[in-house]
Design a binder for this molecule. Structure first.
Ligand code: NAD
Length: 325
């Protein structure tokens, strides 16, 4: 690998452009190819970075020499780009949630293992100092229960409100909370979910449930509860996690405060910084050491296994075992 790290993108939407901005600020990283099914968007964004524009990822992967591929597309659009790129020896960054069906995820995870490349999934909350402190705090304690609420508004992207395209809020958005429930609390082995459409039925083209609740069983018998909804169209909302450990409650909120009951230490609000995960991924590529990467593809796929099991449970009305990735 030359000193320059060459990166290409599949997807040039909102989140892809956020990663591009972060990467462009890192020395010796260049964005060389950008692919989007929208020709207009691919061309416009590629011009900004003096990159080649494509509408077909196969062609881009054939023509452009890269060290790393970012795949930042809606959940339904994960096709063969990941597998083709890693077979060529490219490192891989994939935005959450990594797939809509587990078979595709296993195929990609196996291709990554076989190629021996680095992989990273965009669960950037894992890198927050408050999350790292919570992880240390929870490590030596007995976890009883975890609860999480994510009640917020309806994102504008048309694909987000279509179940077959996004997988619904539990899979698409609340995946961040569920990933932290795993990262901080341990493996989830079973899920029972109930979903309902209550207030957003009149929204055009919407077929996702707007109220989703799930009960999780952890491998050691601890219990988790998640309640999520995009019903709050006038703004406001909540995004929190509470861990009941021994006789303490550890509370964590996005952009809020974390209370560490053992030493009464309060961590002040930390803004989410997506740039840190890009910097970590590039640092790992440079050093050849996966250490800085907070979440590998396999670890990210395990979080999707939980949310896809929740969707299956809600469809079938029964508890569903979460497959071990
Ligand atoms: N980590 C985070 O905090 C975070 C935040 C926002 C979004 N995301 C994730 O990023 C992904 C993209 O979200 P977004 O907000 O950028 O969506 P978006 O709608 O803004 O952009 C998606 C882009 O993908 C393109 N696209 C669709 N299918 C494609 C295909 N087959 N090949 C190439 N391009 C294709 C669309 O034309 C669009 O430009 C989602 O999985 C989302 O969950 C993560």
């Amino acid at each position: 690998m030359s000193d320059q790290i060459k990166v290409a993108f599949v997807g040039a939407g909102g989140m892809a452009q956020s990663h591009m901005g972060n990467l462009a600020a890192i020395e010796d990283v260049s964005i060389v190819g950008i692919c989007d099914v929208s020709q207009e968007r691919a061309t416009e964004v590629a011009e900004k970075y003096s990159a080649a524009a494509y509408t077909e990822y196969r062609r881009m992967l054939d023509e452009v020499e890269i060290d790393a591929l970012y795949v930042v597309v809606p959940p339904f659009a994960h096709e063969d780009a990941e597998v083709l790129a890693v077979r060529n020896g490219s490192h891989l960054f994939v935005e959450k949630p990594v797939v809509m069906n587990m078979d595709k995820g296993y195929e990609i995870a196996e291709a990554i293992d076989k190629a021996g490349v680095l992989s990273c999934v965009g669960y950037q909350l894992r890198l927050l100092d408050s999350v790292q402190r919570a992880r240390r705090y929870l490590a030596n304690r007995t976890l009883g229960m975890v609860t999480s609420h994510r009640w917020g508004g309806l994102p504008g992207a048309p694909w987000w409100r279509v179940m077959e395209q996004s997988g619904g809020q539990m899979h698409e958005q609340t995946t961040h909370q569920i990933d932290l429930m795993r990262y901080l609390g341990g493996e989830i082995v079973e899920v029972y979910a109930r979903y309902s459409l209550r207030a957003l039925g009149g929204v055009e083209n919407l077929d996702i449930p707007d109220c989703q609740a799930a009960v999780f069983t952890y491998i050691d018998g601890a219990i988790g509860l998640v309640a999520t909804s995009p019903m709050m169209r006038q703004g406001g909302g909540v995004s929190d996690l509470k861990f009941l450990v021994d006789d303490h409650i550890l509370e964590w909120r996005v952009n809020g405060n974390t209370l560490m009951p053992d030493d009464d230490e309060e961590v002040t609000a930390e803004p989410q910084q997506t740039g840190t995960i890009d910097a970590a991924f590039i640092e790992a590529i440079r050093s050849g050491d996966s250490g800085p990467i907070p979440c590998s593809y396999r670890a990210g796929l395990q979080t999707s296994a939980v949310t896809l099991a929740a969707n299956e449970s809600a469809r079938g009305g029964r508890p569903v075992a979460v497959p071990r990735v």
